[in-house]
Ligand binder design. Sequence first.
Ligand code: 5GP
Ligand code: ZN
Length: 112
Amino acid sequence: MDCLFCKIAGGEIPSKKLYEDDSILAFYDVDPQAPVHFLVIPKAHIASCDELTEENSAIVAHIFATIAKLAGELGLKDGYRIVNNCGKDGGQTVGHLHFHVLAGRSLAWPPG
Ligand code: 5GP
Ligand code: ZN
């Protein structure tokens, strides 16, 4: 499958890794939108949040627990934002489930 984040997960395309285990990978975004901006993905291909089911969604709990751990390690004590863009109108540009973690500045709400 021609999927950019599957290639990053498989090491075929290099990335600046922050955390990795058997099932997920966290790596820094190539075009950061905040002083801290990394992505967390399942290694197994899931196209988007819209593809989540009772059978495959346990990985999302693992991703969120890992984000909390990484936020502690990175000292993000002033807070951070977790973002998932789903589909065209949601602003998704890479068709492999990923959660953005943004921190290091005050983030506007609501988003545009
Ligand atoms: P989306 O718009 O789908 O929610 O987010 C995709 C994100 O992937 C964007 O923030 C973009 O900067 C990032 N991205 C796209 N290509 C690469 C890449 O090759 N390496 C890394 N590290 N990030 C990428
Ligand atoms: Zn993929």
